[in-house]
Design a binder for this molecule. Structure first.
Ligand code: F0G
Length: 459
């Protein structure tokens, strides 16, 4: 078998879910009624849903079986101890706090430790992470390496944090920095990995300036596999060993188990510090639940425990990373501008480069997202000026990039779905001159991309 080069899905399908085909007039109407915001669509009206890889994966037969083992005891549930042991074995952290998803871990951590005016450095904050820092009236400071800001530029570890810039922040604003975060893989920057060497550099700086170092670990397994493939001297190690080293360099992590936990819901906060853990647990009890379930059902804890074991298996990761590269290669071959190289969970179209006629404040990402839906029933998401262009003081400016993320749910779609998506994207790219921008007619103050309503800008 080792001689054949076709990389196949390392599973077979046991249960299927029909997807609905719609006519163009139906999609036009659905989009109009959704205020031209695909977050507001009925998911049923989407053919191939690449909005997110979060909570949308297919669980394995072993995970579904594990659900039946769930212990729903309010306190001290057996499922908690199984979950805790798996997380501890993987991460090495002393305390494990389950939460209902990643942003709950973020909120509990930040609300417990931040004071107004503090600064949190990160390679790139994801939207909820940034919002949870800003809502505490603190600054979320993005310090990704310069290569990470240029979509077309190839770099093996485009998610790396700029260690010189981090040191400057620690020197200048050190007293205001309660911790340093690094997001693996760097979702906002294109699902790009962070190298072990870079994580070691962060560790050294954190030791020198006496700061705790936390990972935003949502996609730790994909990051570990990139390290195996790309970092010198790592090829012989298992993804799990690499992941364990990544965690060993940090003092704690926030985690959304909806990504590399291979679960439909769940997350955790894990760390070594006893004092922070106590404050976080107290807040957890107030808003999420008792510390042995943290807002989850016992069966969710079982599904996550099993998912964390499956996600580091090499055949899975090889297929996972390859299936995304495959889509990227098709688009590059057709001349579609994308962020390069392909990310670990998604392909990111460079909407700013694709639609030079649409200025950032008319949201080229939204124009592309809506065209993909209208043409092919494919749902992606804007990661650009709508998501990151609004500031806490009410002003607006162009986001760092205008991307459209096509996130691939784990173990859900097959190669022919991906071929179809490539065809739709190429079709939209061929009609790029016809696309127009949008303006916002209604939006909330924080996380506006989820609920904003838009109107097309007239030609
Ligand atoms: N951190 C990163 C890097 C994320 O990508 C996400 C979620 C979170 C934290 C928050 O986790 O959703 O469980 O509360 N990202 C999803 C996405 C929503 O589509 O990329 P959550």
């Amino acid at each position: 078998m080792e001689h054949f080069k076709t990389i196949i899905e390392p599973f077979r399908v046991k249960s299927v879910e029909a997807i609905k085909f719609t006519r163009r007039e139906e999609r036009e109407q659905a989009l109009r009624e959704a205020g031209y915001n695909v977050f507001r669509l009925h998911a049923e009206d989407v053919l191939v849903d690449l909005l997110t890889d979060s909570g949308t994966g297919a669980m394995s037969a072993a995970q579904w079986g594990a659900l039946m083992q769930g212990d729903e005891s309010y306190a001290g549930s057996r499922s908690y101890y199984r979950f805790r042991d798996v997380v501890k074995e993987l991460t090495g952290f002393k305390h494990v706090i389950p939460t209902h998803q990643g942003r709950a871990a973020e909120r509990i951590l930040f609300h417990s430790i931040l004071e107004p005016g503090m600064v949190v450095p990160n390679n790139n904050h994801f939207d909820t992470t940034r919002a949870n820092v800003e809502v505490e009236r603190c600054e979320a400071r993005d310090l990704v390496i310069p290569e990470g800001r240029v979509p077309a530029l190839e770099h093996p570890f485009k998610g790396n944090i700029d260690l010189t810039a981090l040191e400057e922040t620690l020197q200048k604003d050190g007293e205001r920095v309660p911790l340093v975060m690094v997001t693996v893989t760097n979702n906002t920057g294109g699902g790009q990995p962070v190298s072990l060497e870079n994580l070691r550099g962060v560790r050294r700086l954190c030791d020198r300036y006496n700061k705790p170092f936390f990972l935003d670990a949502c996609r730790f397994a994909e990051n570990a596999y990139f390290i195996k493939r790309r970092e010198a001297g790592q090829g012989h190690r298992t993804p799990k060993q690499i992941a364990q080293e990544m965690f060993s360099l940090a003092d704690g992590c926030t985690m959304s188990a909806k990504k590399d936990g291979l679960a439909n819901i769940g997350g955790f906060l894990a760390m070594n510090d006893d004092g922070w853990t106590e404050s976080c647990r107290n807040l957890l009890i107030l808003t999420e639940g008792f510390p042995t379930y943290g807002g989850l059902a016992g069966y969710d804890l079982e599904a996550i425990a099993r998912g964390l074991e499956e996600v580091v298996e090499e055949p899975y990761l090889r297929y996972r990373i390859r299936s995304i590269e495959y889509l990227a290669e098709k688009l590059v071959a057709a001349g579609v501008p994308i962020l390069r190289p392909a990310g670990g969970h998604a392909v990111y179209l460079d909407a700013r480069a694709l639609l030079p006629q649409v200025p950032p404040l008319q949201y080229p990402g939204i124009a592309v997202v809506n065209a993909l839906y209208l043409e092919g029933g494919v749902r992606g998401v804007e990661i650009g000026t709508v998501m990151f262009g609004a500031h806490p003081d009410g002003t607006e400016s162009a986001g760092p990039m205008d991307l459209v993320r096509l996130a691939i749910p784990r173990r859900v779609y097959t190669q022919s779905h991906v071929d179809f998506v490539a065809e739709v994207v190429i079709h939209v790219a061929e009609r790029r001159q016809e696309l127009r921008g949008y303006r916002i007619v209604e939006a909330p103050k924080f996380l506006r991309h989820f609920t904003a309503r838009f109107q097309p800008v007239s030609a």
